[in-house]
Design a protein around this ligand. Structure first.
Ligand SMILES: Nc1nc2c(ncn2[C@@H]2O[C@H](COP(=O)(O)OP(=O)(O)O)[C@@H](O)[C@H]2O)c(=O)[nH]1
Ligand SMILES: [Mg+2]
Length: 287
């Protein structure tokens, strides 16, 4: 299926994605659940446990290079407290991927040992990646492929064309990721997914998205806005007030000297996505 379908998850798409994941799960020992480190809560599908059953799982917080490192540490601690294996990674530079690989190998050890005890020859552990659109599944696969020496042949039961990437002596990765559908647990989740690019630009209301973004920025990272746009230290309470300030500084004016809100919102979105506002995490730890 086209994994770039990210506008609407029609029941048909969802069923197909689910079926594909189920088929592939049978072939692997371990699941890598890829989350966006900037939105570890919003980028997670809450049904993950139902989907993967009792397969061991390791969470990889991808795009950690864009996230607030302090908050990433808090998320890591939270997952560890729940006895969930977790590692922060950057699929572009490859940072953290070695740790990820060794965690996956470790988690698969039991299964591989069991097979050996049954008299089956020792074999490499097998893993697949799961995650919502745009979280970096292909980037991670390419990154791991970059260092792989051998792509092993098709294995029985795998759709033709699917291949295993030999990531290390002890690990093979399915070259096709499983696409999870984002879950709009509440309105803010949807808006954050839009903001980070997990869902298409056309499907959301830019004004609502930016209001939530500005609310978070005002509460968590006011100094970033102040520095970047050279604003007065006291930010207005409302989003429109902040937009007005930034627009005036940036000269986003329409005739009559009125600030072009739409243009300011677009600038903010682009600058956030280009990480010009610094390292930002939009999902705080909630209990
Ligand atoms: N900064 C940064 N960008 C990333 C990282 N991983 C992926 N990306 C970018 O995120 C976008 C989506 O990545 P992609 O691998 O296509 O996501 P997929 O839809 O899950 O396969 C691309 O523009 C990537 O360059 C990462 O760790 N850090
Ligand atoms: Mg992809």
């Amino acid at each position: 299926m086209d994994e770039n379908i990210n506008i609407n998850w029609f029941p048909g798409h969802m069923a197909k994605a689910q079926r594909m994941i189920k088929d592939h799960l049978k072939l692997v020992d371990v699941v890598i659940e890829l989350l966006d480190a900037r939105i570890p809560y919003s980028s997670a599908n809450p049904a993950i446990k139902d989907i993967i059953g009792d397969k061991p799982r390791v969470i990889a917080l991808n795009k950690a290079d864009l996230a607030d490192p302090k908050v990433t540490e808090q998320w890591i601690a939270k997952f560890r407290n729940q006895n969930i294996q977790v590692v922060a990674i950057d699929s572009m530079s490859g940072k953290g991927t070695k740790t990820l690989v060794s965690k996956v190998e470790q988690l698969a050890k039991d299964k591989v040992n069991k097979l050996v005890n049954k008299g089956v020859n020792a074999r490499a552990a097998r893993a697949m990646i799961l995650g919502i659109p745009n979280v970096g599944k292909s980037s991670l696969i390419n990154r791991l492929l970059g260092t792989a020496t051998v792509k092993t042949a098709d294995k029985p039961g795998v759709t033709r064309g699917k291949q295993w990437i030999k990531v290390s002596r002890n690990l093979e990765l399915l070259d096709t990721p499983g696409v999870l559908w984002p879950k709009f647990k509440d309105i803010e989740v949807g808006l954050k997914l839009a903001f980070t690019g997990a869902i298409n630009d056309e499907v959301y209301d830019m004004e609502k998205v930016m209001n939530v973004f500005l609310k978070i920025m005002r509460e968590e990272y006011p100094e970033r806005l102040i520095e970047r746009y050279n604003l007065k230290a006291e930010l207005p309470q409302d989003s429109i007030g902040i937009l007005e300030m930034i627009g005036a500084k940036r000269g986003c004016l329409r005739s009559g000297g009125i600030v072009d809100h739409e243009k300011v919102r677009r600038i903010l979105l682009n600058e956030f996505r280009a990480s010009k506002l610094g390292l930002i995490t939009l999902d705080k730890i909630i209990d």
